[in-house]
Design a protein around this ligand. Structure first.
Ligand SMILES: Cc1cc2nc3c(=O)[nH]c(=O)nc-3n(C[C@H](O)[C@H](O)[C@H](O)COP(=O)(O)O)c2cc1C
Length: 353
């Protein structure tokens, strides 16, 4: 199944292997450069079905660090488009972009908050609570500021479409702004954006609706969530399933199921494929396609997840950093077909000259 195609709207992925979004912290002023070109194109040459570009900020304040990719200005389209055009013209891979807003986890370098003199900025959040002890208290967003953030996501999507992406993924996981709104532990608001499950989900649903407005059938929409935040009274699998149900009714194509990141210092039980059961539960209970991610490192493991109906796509993070050729190498080992650059075709048969 790993090498079977799958279609979301008009977007057909040649196989089920996805490069999970991974921040490279290598941009200046949010602009993609030669590093990003080589980094993403090499995974496409390696046969990866879908390559999701790293968390890309929809506004400068939404960056995790000063070195994040950005898509808050039209000038940022051209270098992203160059990568997409090359991939589309020379490989079978599809591309996606993860749109992100860091919230209270913004203004950092190597995970440490930086102040103005170091190039940092005022962070924002649903409620004035910092992520880690010692960090500055974030500014509590008012409703006008929240509505501006929704517009930033919409404008970013318009640019993502212009840059040629096939998939837009909204980052609502790992304790960034949209996740902060979802969780009763980080959202203590008493207005329409806080309190009940419906109110805490409101911002994400508004973002999804605004993003959908900018998409055609030629782009698919994914949302990444943290299915559980491993903290009592926090965001959990039950709420994630309910949310996935709501997102499905809004036309979402896939839930990318990760976990954690919102509450500092919690214990996460980590083992091979540790987040796969979350994906399986959401896929079965909300009846929506899912992506599984987290410590998936072999084709056999990936195939088993697909065969057991635990996910529709396999997201690989660090394994694809170690091995850009994971897809083609796995295909050759399993006797399956996988797109490989025509220039390399003499290497397709393992034992011939
Ligand atoms: C260097 C690095 C950067 C990451 N940046 C992002 C990111 O931008 N957005 C995101 O949702 N997850 C990010 N992650 C998490 C990965 O997408 C993935 O979920 C995680 O690494 C688990 O998968 P793995 O075990 O295959 O690496 C990052 C992980 C790594 C290692």
């Amino acid at each position: 199944m790993l090498f079977s195609p799958i279609k979301f709207r008009n977007v057909e992925l040649p196989n089920r292997i996805v490069m999970s979004p991974m921040c490279m912290y290598s941009a200046e002023d949010g602009l993609a450069n030669d590093f990003h070109f080589v980094h993403y194109v090499s995974r496409a040459q390696g046969g990866t079905g879908l390559i999701i570009f790293e968390a890309t900020a929809v506004s400068p304040e939404g960056r995790i660090s000063p070195y994040d990719l950005g898509i808050w200005d039209d000038s940022q389209i051209i270098s992203l488009k160059k990568i997409n055009d090359f991939i589309h013209q020379n490989t079978s891979s599809k591309t996606g972009i993860q749109l992100a807003y860091a919230g209270r986890k913004a203004s950092t370098i190597n995970g440490k908050q930086i102040v103005k003199q170091q190039g940092g900025w005022q962070t924002v959040a649903p409620s004035p609570m910092s992520y880690q002890p010692g960090e500055a208290v974030p500014h509590e967003l008012n409703t006008e500021e929240i509505s501006n953030i929704v517009s930033h996501f919409a404008l970013a999507t318009k640019r993502a479409v212009a840059a040629g992406f096939d998939v837009v993924e909204i980052h609502a996981a790992h304790g960034y702004l949209l996740h902060q709104f979802l969780s009763p532990l980080t959202n203590l608001r008493t207005d329409q954006y806080g309190g009940s499950f419906e109110n805490r989900s409101r911002l994400l649903l508004e973002v999804v609706a605004a993003v959908q407005q900018e998409l055609t059938d030629n782009q698919a929409l994914f949302v990444r969530i943290s299915a559980d935040e491993y903290a009592e009274g926090g965001w959990d699998l039950l709420q994630s399933t309910e949310l996935s149900n709501m997102l499905k009714s809004k036309g979402l194509d896939l839930v990318d199921v990760s976990s954690g990141g919102n509450i500092h210092g919690v214990k996460i039980p980590v083992f091979d494929g540790y987040q796969v059961p979350f994906s399986e539960h959401i896929r079965k209970s909300a009846n929506i396609p899912t992506g599984a991610v987290g410590l998936i490192t072999t084709a056999t493991q990936a195939e088993e997840i697909l065969k057991n109906h635990q996910a529709d796509l396999i997201f690989l993070g660090r394994e694809l950093l170690r091995n850009p050729y994971f897809a083609v190498q796995s295909a050759f080992a399993l006797g399956e077909d996988c797109a490989f650059p025509i220039q390399y075709s003499r290497a397709k048969k393992l034992k011939s000259i």
